[in-house]
Design a protein around this ligand. Structure first.
Ligand SMILES: *[C@@H]1O[C@H](CO)[C@@H](O)[C@H](O)[C@H]1NC(C)=O
Ligand SMILES: *[C@@H]1O[C@H](CO)[C@@H](O)[C@H](O)[C@H]1NC(C)=O
Ligand SMILES: *[C@@H]1O[C@H](CO)[C@@H](O)[C@H](O)[C@H]1NC(C)=O
Ligand SMILES: *[C@@H]1O[C@H](CO)[C@@H](O)[C@H](O)[C@H]1NC(C)=O
Length: 410
């Protein structure tokens, strides 16, 4: 069950993040670009979000950036439990696995200048009535889909209608609302295969950034809402190809091969994926694409495989977290690629692109991970500080999603 979703190098302690960051010197252009993005880059994005806002209420008002904020105590708790949602996979059902503390459920996200509405399953299902939504990406895309399944199951019972043998492609139907929810597994969004040397998996990868993964693109024509994401698989040794050219390598340091930071490989993969969507001729004309930004991990006192853990029981404050190192690079590259496709899609064949900028909010939630409570034998030695408990703070991703869909629907 877990083998496919626990990649073998989920490294992200501060120490490692610094190691990741020390990759060469940024050329002046990139340096300027970083400054630009740091100080101004956020502005166009806010315009994007606001392009869909027509009212001036305290909910998502003109000035409101939903993603700048903090976690505040909220005693209502989560809107579902492990008994009212029947579809929580055992290994993310943290209470079933023995997690005792529950305070991590008693927080809500408070944007600086407005309120984020609580998830409203009826409203969500009305917006997506008759439509198909697909989460495309790695196991964290599936984690969000499972959260949505729970949130929606409070008003309409989902029926499992398709699952492949490895549970990588999975479809649920909400019959009363004629809504279809899918997940398409794709580690890198583009073709990436683990290199086999003498019949043994080498744990290094060969990535073809010009070849978008057909396993999901072939399904895209049936989709109305595509929620795409990627990230953690890029923390590996990856040979990056463009056509037949080896253009660089992540974590290699080999002679005659360009060194790429993981964010560069991620950026290239996102660019071709979003270009594919923008240019997709047989896709629905109303296709809405949402880029879900990077979901941080919280291993402390070690990495995923050296005893790193996440035992905190409450959020960090804004002052306790900094978006820096590789995570900052990831954040920037995702926004760059998002802006690129969004601007390009304004000419001619206009297609809608949105973003769920969850990174900073989730950086403050070291308490929301599965941790030692995955119930797997495996977990005695390893903590899962990457995936999120259900219910838990990951549910806010779908509140952000609902907000975005409401703006589109107005
Ligand atoms: C829900 O969590 C409780 C512990 O809080 C546990 O005893 C129970 O078995 C869980 N139920 C399900 C259906 O997972
Ligand atoms: C593959 O196996 C052969 C024979 O055992 C050996 O000579 C060769 O060095 C191996 N290649 C690699 C890349 O390990
Ligand atoms: C591969 O490299 C060659 C030589 O630098 C270049 O002419 C060609 O355009 C490159 N192909 C791709 C797909 O980038
Ligand atoms: C990490 O180590 C410090 C000092 O030993 C300890 O106080 C802290 O609780 C540890 N963190 C975790 C998550 O175990």
């Amino acid at each position: 069950m877990k083998s496919s979703v626990l990649p073998d190098k989920l490294i992200s302690t501060r120490k490692d993040r610094h190691r990741f960051f020390n990759f060469g010197v940024l050329p002046p252009f990139l340096f300027f670009l970083s400054l630009f993005i740091l100080y101004y880059g956020y502005e166009p994005l806010r315009l994007t979000r606001n392009a869909y806002v027509h009212d001036h209420s305290k909910y998502e008002g003109e000035d409101c950036d939903l993603y700048m904020g903090r976690w505040v105590p909220e005693l209502r708790g989560s809107s579902y439990t492990n008994s009212s949602c029947r579809t929580i996979p055992d290994w993310k059902n943290c209470f079933l696995q023995g997690r005792k503390d529950r305070d991590f459920l008693n927080w809500r996200w408070k944007p600086v200048k407005c309120e984020l509405p609580r998830f409203d399953p009826e409203m969500f299902l009305e917006i997506v009535r008759g439509k198909t939504m697909a989460f495309i990406g790695d196991s964290l895309a599936r984690n969000q889909m499972e959260s949505l399944l729970c949130l929606l199951s409070q008003v309409d019972t989902p029926v499992d209608i398709y699952k492949d043998s490895e549970n990588r492609f999975h479809t649920w139907r909400f019959a009363d609302h004629d809504f279809t929810l899918k997940v398409f597994w794709s580690r890198f969004l583009v073709n990436g295969e683990e290199i086999v040397i003498n019949g043994t998996l080498s744990s290094s990868f060969e990535l073809h950034v010009d070849r978008v993964d057909e396993k999901w693109t072939s399904e895209l024509p049936g989709v109305d809402y595509a929620i795409i994401s990627s990230g953690h698989w890029f923390f590996r040794k990856i040979y990056v190809y463009d056509g037949s050219n080896l253009t660089g390598c992540v974590y290699c340091n080999e002679p005659n091969v360009n060194s790429f930071g993981p964010e560069r490989a991620l950026g290239l993969a996102l660019r071709s994926s979003m270009n594919h969507i923008k240019n997709c001729k047989n896709c629905k004309s109303g296709l809405v694409t949402v880029l879900r930004m990077f979901s941080p991990a919280h291993f402390e006192n070690g990495t995923w495989n050296t005893g790193g853990m996440c035992r905190r029981t409450s959020p960090y404050t804004e002052r306790e977290v900094t978006l820096d190192g590789t995570y900052l690079q990831f954040w920037k590259v995702q926004l760059e690629e998002f802006e690129r496709v969004r601007l390009a899609s304004h000419g001619g064949d206009w297609r809608r692109f949105g973003v769920l900028d969850i990174t900073r909010a989730m950086l403050m939630r070291p308490d929301g991970h599965v941790g030692e409570f995955s119930g797997n034998k495996w977990a005695r030695a390893y903590s899962d500080c990457l995936h999120w408990c259900l219910p838990g703070p990951i549910d806010v991703w779908n509140e952000f999603l609902m907000s975005y869909l409401r703006k589109l629907a107005r």
